[in-house]
Design a protein around this ligand. Structure first.
Ligand code: ADP
Ligand code: NA
Length: 332
């Protein structure tokens, strides 16, 4: 049996968006008080699988750290660090490059989405991304990974890698990690297109709410969010065929920390010209304090760097012996 341990990560690209907050960060904060050891990572090595301007990458790394802290991550309760500072991630990833099969990676939908039509021009890092993600998790023997729904397939690959390694070498060395995909907002959709997930890397800034947006911007983006012309249905069942309406209700439920049924009890039957201002008010009330705290923290980059360095030292202590043992098992 493995000691329960939580790991998750976010890429330092652009700004944190509402989907990252509801699907990931907010739940990371909830889990840090569960009594289980929690490691939260800024996955900068993942970010460079597509081109990043070096100065932007450094800034985005500090901004993401500020976003984690401003959302309530406590560096005394959780280990907060960036991936590049713990070499065991990349070292374990090499072993997994040799465990995972080309056919497994060929099935990954995120690679297909991110590489687009010109697959020949994608970096080999983008293709092998899920192997590095498996290393991020398994180098800590993490048993639980809180993520949004979009990461489900990568988590399955992590389990396949752990099983194949254990099988090939006849050991019970890696845990079979559980994804933790919970809550009303596990897949927040774009505000402009109900068939696409909200993402930091969507070219349209109107498609998402950034944690750095001011109150007016948040209100404007919600006012302009795409919807159908009907009022909200009376109950949650009526949302099934209405992706844009469902998305706004899910966002409301996630921000208010209540069920979709509870949102519908209060807002069912309302028109969007009534519901959208209520949602905007809630979003501003929940996000503005975080935005303010982020910009305060960003004024002291040395303090952020100090917190990350301390986290990296603590993460390194856990990862090193696990990596060493994995190399021994392989015969290295
Ligand atoms: P992005 O797609 O915005 O660049 P990442 O790939 O860095 O985000 O993902 C960071 C975390 O945020 C992951 O746990 C991911 O599942 C979660 N996440 C990303 N987008 C969404 C979304 N639209 N809804 C819910 N969770 C999301
Ligand atoms: Na903890």
């Amino acid at each position: 049996a493995f000691t329960p341990r939580v790991f998750s990560g976010i890429q330092p690209t652009n700004h944190l968006q509402l989907g990252n907050y509801l699907g990931a960060v907010k739940r990371f904060v909830d889990m840090q008080d569960s009594g289980i050891e929690t490691l939260y990572c800024i996955v900068d090595l993942h970010a460079i699988t597509v081109w990043q301007d070096p100065a932007d990458l450094t800034r985005a790394t500090r901004e993401l750290a500020a976003g984690y802290l401003a959302s309530g991550l406590d560096p005394k309760k959780s280990i907060l660090f960036n991936q590049a500072r713990v070499p065991a991630h990349a070292q374990m990833a090499w072993l997994f490059n040799c465990v995972a099969r080309m056919g497994w990676l060929n099935r990954m939908t995120q690679f297909k989405d991110k590489a687009g039509k010109n697959r020949e021009a994608a970096s080999t890092g983008l293709f092998a991304y899920p192997n590095l993600m498996a290393a991020d998790i398994l180098v800590y023997h993490a048993t639980q990974v809180p993520v949004g729904e979009d990461q489900k397939q990568h988590l399955e690959l992590t389990r396949d890698i752990a099983m194949k390694f254990n099988n090939d070498y006849g050991v019970e060395f890696f845990p079979i990690t559980e994804p933790v995909i919970e809550g009303a907002a596990t897949r927040v959709m774009s505000l402009r297109d109900g068939s696409k997930k909200m993402s930091k890397s969507d070219p349209s800034d109107m498609s998402r709410i950034n944690l750095t947006d001011d109150a007016d911007t948040i209100a404007r983006k919600i006012r302009k969010a795409k919807t159908d012309p009907e009022p909200l249905p009376e109950s949650a069942e009526g949302l099934a065929e209405r992706p844009e309406a469902r998305n706004l209700v899910n966002i409301y439920a996630g921000l208010a920390d209540i069920s979709v049924d509870a949102v519908m009890a209060d807002h069912g039957g309302k028109t969007f010209s009534e519901f959208k201002p209520a949602l905007a008010e809630l979003a501003v009330a929940k996000l503005s304090p975080i935005t303010g705290e982020m910009s305060r923290l960003m004024q002291d980059p040395a303090e952020i760097d100090r917190i990350l360095a301390d986290g990296a030292a603590r993460a390194d202590e856990i990862a090193k012996p696990i990596l060493k043992r994995a190399y021994e098992i392989v015969g290295l």
